[in-house]
Design a protein around this ligand. Sequence first.
Ligand SMILES: Nc1ncnc2c1ncn2[C@@H]1O[C@H](COP(=O)(O)OP(=O)(O)OP(=O)(O)O)[C@@H](O)[C@H]1O
Ligand SMILES: Cc1ncsc1CCO
Ligand SMILES: [Mg+2]
Length: 510
Amino acid sequence: MSLTIDKNTIDYSLYLVTNSEIVPESLDFYDQVEKALQNGVTIVQLREKNLDTDHFIDRARKLHQITKKYNVPLLINDRIDVALAIDAEGVHVGQDDMAAEEAREKIGQDKILGVTVNNERDAMAAIKSTARIDYLGIGSAYSTTTKEMTKPILGPGGIKKILEVLHDGKPEMKSVIIGGLNKYNITRTLNECRYKDFCTNGAAVVSCIMASHDASLATKETLRSINLAYDNEEALHPYKHPNIVQEKPLTHFITNAVAKYFSANVCIAIGGSPIMSELSEEFSFFAKISKGSLCMNTGTMSNASIHMYKKAISEYNAHMVPIIYDPVACGATQPRREIAKMMIEHGRYSVIKGNMAEICSLAGANGVTMRGVDSDLNLNDLEIVDILSKLAVKTQAVIVMTGKKDIIVDGIIPTKKPRVCFISGGHELMGKITASGCALGGVIASYLAVCSYFHTFEAAIDAVALYKEAGYLAGQQSKGPGTFLANFTDELYELSRKPYRLLSTNIIRE
Ligand SMILES: Nc1ncnc2c1ncn2[C@@H]1O[C@H](COP(=O)(O)OP(=O)(O)OP(=O)(O)O)[C@@H](O)[C@H]1O
Ligand SMILES: Cc1ncsc1CCO
Ligand SMILES: [Mg+2]
């Protein structure tokens, strides 16, 4: 028996499309969907491309037992025979599958009918169709690995055009966006994909839940991204200073030859667990470990590095594991600028960290040049915050710019004006040793590994403040850079084992 549904009140906000082939090996398909249902998925589509009819019906029947428990409608992709056999709540048909009219005729008037639209012409046809279509699946928003990419990528621009057609032609028709959506990009995408005040009714996701090792958390975080877009409300769990020593996160470093030894020591000092690896075959193993992160530093790249970098960022992005990107000396030469551009285009980062020249170069600020790894530009705070904010919004990342005063800008949680934080203190000897910025990247990475994605800004502030404080304390006891290195490691070690307290470091949040 199917659920009794009121078509006017169907909640499309978090629409899960299943894919049994990407569920992690150790996990069960039905459990994965059930966890999603327990944590806020509002509608489910069973999509199976490689099952014969008997198995498909069997799977649909089992899944229906589960979705009914949560009072959530189950739609079947493409196969009307399967939907009818198990009395599902509806079907979804793609452009290449079957005409909407035929589908409606076969399923009757009461079931939910959804169709995929890829362009304005499809949308117009759906509006004019004699079949009653309940909702449109608009996509692909972005590129995805779930479906073979034969369909055009619409991007927010293409989606807006379809919404305009819908707004002018049949505003009561419901819609969801699909294709490459995940907790990182949903908020911004839903916000951008509006025509006037008209927006879609939800976001459809596949791999960010189905492929997750923690489908409950993945669903909660995805739902939160959606709520942020629709309500713009901060439904945050309160942020707590993380305990790195207790949680012992694993940070995978792909870092420069100069920074390796120091970064590993600093990471251990604060209670983290570093692993230096450039063996791309093992990246997927690290990316699957819970409480992990990647510190991606391109300081001493070689001609052989690029492929390895790409492999790392795609693995970590696919598993939604935080990455901090440190574009060392990215503005120094044309080849470095090009590689930095590639890194930004290829990956999503929780944090991008660099000194002033690096960040300004990455942001494409005019007139920025660099000599080697050093930074010396003459910009005031207002100018800097403006440059950082643009980069933060563009990359949807938290930007950390280091120097005498560190400046952190949030591009993840969308607010009218990105949140900004200034941190001062530390000691000038911090700038007189090599790789202190690089090692800070590893500290931030350790914090990211144990914090929710939505607390990236707070986590970055905590990591930078700890670092500054240790720098100040070490500076008071040091004769020069040599003794500073040792004292600094000691202070990081001690501070990490004490209750959170800052004495000399000043945090100003705008
Ligand atoms: N003059 C200073 N006073 C206080 N803190 C400083 C000073 N210079 C650098 N720092 C601190 O040192 C750390 C590294 O910052 P810096 O800007 O030197 O990085 P970087 O140049 O990218 O480092 P790297 O040598 O790894 O390339 C940051 O925590 C920063 O706050
Ligand atoms: C000195 C140096 N050269 C490339 S990376 C690096 C470490 C500090 O950025
Ligand atoms: Mg420096």
